[in-house]
Design a protein around this ligand. Structure first.
Ligand code: CTP
Length: 399
């Protein structure tokens, strides 16, 4: 899998004849798996049409800083936060000057100030403009601020001059972008995650379930995807949006979740069970809605134990690395160590659900990692921060 898979790249195009090469660059970035948003200055649209870039990137092109319509969609701050990397190609002498001054007088310069992402510049201009002291001073200022400059190359220019000022070729810029992203920890791996609650039908309108929100499993799915994994998320009903670029399998009951999980067993490298599976289901799910009995009679439901999905997976697919969660209210570590052995898994992530600040519906969680090698306590973290740490910990499990 490409290391640009799902990376968010803003390609900002300023005015210059080299803008025609930016179309090819968008194509290469998309082909490498990146998601691309294109920003164009007013100068850029004199050289290449926004429609071309829209067609190639699959997204509307961003042109204006204060356009109410654009701000209602992905506004400039949102766009700045969205980016994993901002590449300005071509970067004209004018753009370099405005950036060196810290101006925010159009969308491109504003994004550069607003983003935390690395900013790469691919200068392109006439060789005399490049050599001019003003441009060279601006270059030094930008480099000192940590912006990365790629090129320009030497050679024959569109104006007939020969010298330094040509924009690097699209494949060279693609390589520069790729070099910004280290190899994902899970490149080429398939990670299967169960998440959310299960619903066990009593009749067509009623069920037994629990309060699991699914947040931990969904956060893990995103973190595994960001590390380059192919992710299959098998989820019971939740209120959460499906994570992007993840294969999503919607299930209801524990039995459905087991069947969906077993299907993935031969292709999975990791199986992470975050689902709060109902331990029991009604032995018979009534085909018709149950009617109320007379007031003297209660209702007795006979329950049957559900299969243990994690144990079944670890028995049937021993080549897969299995990770389970243990939600406990007492003797956390002892119960978790017992589950590690009983379920035949490589790691149990244990959390104390008697503390209402963490676990279940909370956005935060504090866990201990239990393996045959010992116990590691992690600090209180948001579920997204924790997910990133857990994915890193899981990749360290010896296979
Ligand atoms: N699990 C599972 N299938 C089940 C029950 C649990 O795959 N039928 C998984 C959970 O997703 C979790 C781990 O097993 O990763 C432990 O779940 P937990 O509810 O804490 O454990 P139980 O086996 O149900 O044990 P107990 O209820 O006795 O604590």
């Amino acid at each position: 899998m490409s290391r640009l898979n799902n990376r968010h790249i803003i390609l900002a195009i300023s005015g210059g004849i080299a803008a025609y090469k930016s179309a090819e660059l968008v194509r290469l970035l998309i082909k490498s798996g990146a998601q691309v948003q294109v920003v164009m200055t007013s100068g850029a649209i004199e050289f290449i049409t926004p429609l071309t870039l829209q067609a190639l990137s699959g997204n509307p092109v961003h042109q204006h800083l204060l356009n109410p319509q654009a701000e209602a969609g992905m506004g400039h701050i949102q766009l700045a936060r969205w980016a994993d990397l901002l590449l300005i190609a071509p970067a004209s002498a004018n753009v370099m000057a405005r950036l060196a001054q810290g101006q925010a007088n159009d969308l491109l310069t504003t994004l550069c100030l607003a983003t935390d992402a690395p900013v790469l510049l691919a200068p392109a201009m006439n060789q005399a403009m490049w050599q001019d002291q003003a441009t060279q001073d601006n270059l030094q200022t930008l480099q000192a601020r940590g912006l990365q400059i790629h090129g320009p190359a030497e050679g024959e220019q569109a104006c007939g001059d020969i010298g330094a000022g040509r924009m690097l070729e699209p494949n060279e810029l693609l390589a520069a972008v790729k070099a910004q992203f280290s190899q994902g920890l899970l490149d080429g791996k398939t990670v299967v995650i169960t998440a959310g609650p299960t619903r066990e039908a009593i009749d067509p309108v009623r069920y037994i379930s629990n309060h699991s929100s699914g947040k931990m499993g969904y956060a893990l799915a995103q973190a595994a995807r960001d590390q380059g994994a192919t992710v299959i998320l098998i989820s019971g009903p939740t209120q959460l949006a499906q994570p992007e670029d993840v294969t999503f399998v919607a299930v209801e009951s524990a039995q459905d979740m087991l069947e969906a999980s077993l299907k993935t067993g031969s292709s999975a490298d990791y199986f992470i069970a975050t689902a709060a599976v109902a331990d029991y289901r009604p032995t018979i799910a009534s085909e018709q809605k149950l009617k109320k009995q007379n007031a003297d009679h209660g209702l007795t439901l006979e329950l049957t134990q559900n299969p243990d999905i994690l144990t079944t997976m670890s028995n049937q697919h021993p080549h897969v690395i299995h990770v389970g969660f243990a939600a406990e209210t007492q003797d956390l570590i002892l119960h978790a160590q017992d589950k590690l052995k009983r379920k035949g898994v490589h790691m149990i992530i244990a959390n104390d659900v008697s503390n209402t600040d963490i676990g279940f519906n909370s956005d935060n969680n504090q866990v201990s990692l239990i393996t045959s090698g010992g116990v590691e306590d992690l600090p209180l973290l948001s579920k997204h921060q924790l997910a990133r740490q857990l994915i890193a910990a899981i990749t360290r499990i010896p296979h």
